[in-house]
Design a protein around this ligand. Sequence first.
Ligand SMILES: Cc1cc2nc3c(=O)[nH]c(=O)nc-3n(C[C@H](O)[C@H](O)[C@H](O)COP(=O)(O)OP(=O)(O)OC[C@H]3O[C@@H](n4cnc5c(N)ncnc54)[C@H](O)[C@@H]3O)c2cc1C
Ligand code: FES
Length: 252
Amino acid sequence: MTRFGKEGFDGDFFELVLEHPDPQSPAWRNWKPGQFVMVRPTAWEHNPLWGRPFSIYRADEDGLSVFFQIVGRGTERLAKLEPGDEVTVWGPLGNTFAVREDAPTLILAGGIGLAPFAEYVRRHPHPENLKVVFGHRPPVECYPLAKMAERVSCQSCRETCPADLDDFIALLGRVIPDYCRDGLVLACGPMPFLKTVQRIVAEHGGKAQLSLENRMACGVGACLGCVCDHKEEGPVSVCARGPVFWSDEITF
Ligand SMILES: Cc1cc2nc3c(=O)[nH]c(=O)nc-3n(C[C@H](O)[C@H](O)[C@H](O)COP(=O)(O)OP(=O)(O)OC[C@H]3O[C@@H](n4cnc5c(N)ncnc54)[C@H](O)[C@@H]3O)c2cc1C
Ligand code: FES
């Protein structure tokens, strides 16, 4: 059964609110930001065959939700779900972002990569240590940034032309070094954005975690559809070994 809402978001952005699979199970009681779920409405039958991975946006006794953007046929069909439609959810899956309570922590999000940080920000015991820098193309109102800005310092940069992208990369180049001595950098977003973060952090000798959003099929390490290159372990499944990696562990 699902409840379904898109309140507060524009365009192709939706919050899918689901009845909680099992709020009392230890895995769900202890879930942490960075983890994800595989979502598959039963109405999909065999097409598409595989569920789709989404970061857990919220999960508590009231429900489980993911925040998603329509990009293809799976997300298009998710957006059309009606209250009462049945959805299968596998999770919580994957590992989590580090929390360094007393360290200045920079959260870098690109587009829908903002989703896993909503709960990270809500739960952090020292929000004064957090700063969010958010790059996006659709208007900022499409994303849940305003809610995060009630708790932590947030800066958003919209890309409307190629020069905006250069400005955003320049901003990353200015802000990341401040967190490279004693702080922590966390990033989630498209691959080119993660590569840029990885490069700047490496140049300044910092510590960063990157959450990868590789395409996934099984979500549990069985199909090898989501591998990335781990420097020590070779090819590893992002779903089972990640999706969060230390930036110096992986090569793109
Ligand atoms: C761990 C993880 C967490 C994620 N969290 C979120 C989230 O919170 N919210 C959200 O909206 N999306 C998230 N994604 C991406 C989401 O899974 C894809 O957008 C979704 O699977 C696309 O399905 P589709 O059937 O609509 O698109 P398809 O029809 O399969 O593909 C349509 C287009 O989307 C592109 N695409 C497909 N999968 C991805 C992907 N993983 N990353 C980038 N582009 C993709 C394809 O290349 C293609 O251009 C996450 C992915 C991972 C791996
Ligand atoms: S999605 Fe199948 S191994 Fe990761």
